[in-house]
Design a protein around this ligand. Sequence first.
Ligand SMILES: [Zn+2]
Length: 171
Amino acid sequence: MSLSVQSEEPARLVSVRLLGSNDAPSPPTEVPVVVKSEAEWLAQLGAARFRILRSSGTDAPFCGTLFDNKMQGIYLCAGCQLPLFASEAKFHSGTGWPSFFQPFAKENVFERRDASHGMIRIEVLCTRCDGHLGHIFPDGPEPTRLRFCLNSEALIFLEAGAEPPAAAAAK
Ligand SMILES: [Zn+2]
């Protein structure tokens, strides 16, 4: 007899790219979306990460742990460990937030219009868990001229060569 609880509806699938060999993006891979209750997210993330990822908060500038990180590696979603940004696309923006000119893979993030705080901005979110990551501005460097302005609390840094968590790696 199985005691496992089956959800009534199968999880929606999204196409993303995971970490392949040498930390390169894998071919597009279908994965189930990560859906949790507010209480489950709070228990997993803790208050600081929950405020950013699940309540669209913003780190104070220059206070995050990753804005000045210059090590080689991959930045994973702190909610679901999806690879989101690579150190090769990180640049010094002077803003005090970790800044990238492109995502690890375009499939791994999505955009949403954000009209909060009396501004029209483009919010960027994680494809797999819908976590709020930060905003995109059109003042970045070549080749994209985009600036993905992120919150450190939304990210986990995986140093190059380190063993990735199972949720980040292609099988
Ligand atoms: Zn995520």
